[in-house]
Design a protein around this ligand. Structure first.
Ligand SMILES: [Zn+2]
Length: 386
């Protein structure tokens, strides 16, 4: 007997504003039963000019409406109403807040110290009890934070407030031009191999803590950090599987691809018991995994040492060896046109994961990123470029 699809509720979550006469809100799609497990949280376009996730969220919501959801699924299909409005002279600025609050996907509240303080004497041998205690401590810490200072910190707080206690958090982003790839914590691999295979990702970049406090890490890093701090008391598993899902490049937006990506997310949710498929029986085999995970510290950044036109030699998805030419930076104003090119080479071997989508670079601008198997010296950029 088929069960009815889970209820679907759409809520508007008002956000505080810094400017009179303006009002913003988050549209939140809720499926299943509040408080039931597993809890899944999906959001798109935290970087507001990253469109692929918006269309994937649309297809995901359509699909979820017809499915049975034993736990709770929250989808925020457009996670950044501040950023979506930032049009400057016809150009959409979606990555950084124009009010000076920085990169929208950085500086999420750090709940670790507050939770650790509240967990003293509460961690023991029972894993499940520890998971519940950690969630409770994270919630109490979040609730006790001072009021956010400004519209963007308030947005970050609101998003984290819906996601911090989820079992699965999928933050849908894209790069400029890229193959599909994931960012996640070391502790979440190979757990995320299912999503990787289903989405056909070509790179999985792992770190324990990138240092930038992006959204996924605000949800996941507390788990392994608290596990280390309380290792002598009892086990704390990485109970929040949070990942930043990079859905190719900014212009890779079409219905077929978005529907397939949404289906991949549904596939992961079925495998993890968050969605009950219509056909009971054994799960279908996963497609082949297209890559092994590599360290985020192995992501080589190819930066323009001079300004000029970018003439690429290699495409995204290409495999390269150290020393292979990736692009020329061409200075058309050079007095000698035979001496107008600066060739940028791969600092290490790997896959060309992402490229700049513009073809003119400032000095110091990122031209391409190559995911390699071994850690590199991170230099001035740290683990996250900006
Ligand atoms: Zn992004």
């Amino acid at each position: 007997m088929s069960r009815p699809a889970s209820p679907h509720r759409v809520e508007e979550l008002p956000l505080p504003t810094d400017r009179l006469g303006t009002r913003r809100s988050l549209t939140v799609h809720r499926f299943g039963t509040p408080g039931a497990r597993p809890k899944v949280y999906v959001q798109a376009a935290l970087h507001a000019d990253e469109t692929p996730g918006l269309l994937v969220a649309h297809h995901l919501i359509r699909r979820l409406r017809g499915l049975d959801i034993p736990g709770e699924i929250i989808v925020v299909p457009m996670a950044n109403p501040t950023g979506i409005a930032q049009i400057v002279e016809g150009v959409h600025i979606g990555r950084y807040a124009l009010d000076g609050a920085g990169n929208f996907n950085r500086d999420f509240p750090d709940l670790i110290d507050g939770a650790a303080e509240r967990l003293k004497g509460r961690i023991g041998a029972d894993r499940e009890a520890n998971v519940a205690a950690v969630r409770e401590a994270l919630r109490a810490t979040l609730d006790a934070l001072p009021p956010p200072k400004g519209e963007v910190p308030a947005l970050r707080r609101a998003l984290l407030g819906m996601a911090f206690d989820a079992d699965i958090v999928l933050d849908l982003h894209c790069d400029l031009e890229a193959v599909p790839h994931l960012y996640a914590g070391d502790a979440l691999w190979p757990d995320l191999a299912d999503l990787s295979a289903l989405l056909g990702v070509k790179a999985v970049l792992l770190s324990a803590d990138s240092g930038g406090k992006p959204f996924d890490e605000a949800c996941s890093v507390p788990w392994w950090t608290l596990a280390e701090r309380f290792a002598a008391d009892g086990p704390i598993p990485p109970a929040c599987v949070a990942t930043t899902v990079e859905l190719r490049g900014k212009a890779d937006v079409d219905d077929d691809r978005a529907a397939a990506d949404a289906e991949a997310l549904i596939g992961m949710l079925i495998r993890r018991g968050a969605v009950t498929g219509s056909a009971p029986g054994p799960l279908p085999d996963l497609p082949p995994l297209l890559c092994e995970a590599t360290p985020l510290s192995g992501l080589a950044r190819v930066v323009a040492p001079v300004s000029g036109v970018i003439a690429f030699h290699r495409a995204v998805g290409d495999r390269v060896e150290a020393g292979d030419p990736i692009a020329d930076i061409v200075d058309p104003t050079a007095a000698d046109p035979d001496n107008a090119r600066t060739t940028l080479v791969a600092p290490g071997g790997g896959i060309v994961m992402a490229r700049n989508n513009l073809r003119f670079a400032s000095r110091g601008e990122l031209v391409a990123s190559i995911a390699g198997p071994a850690p590199l010296a991170t230099g001035e950029h740290g683990l996250l470029f900006d």
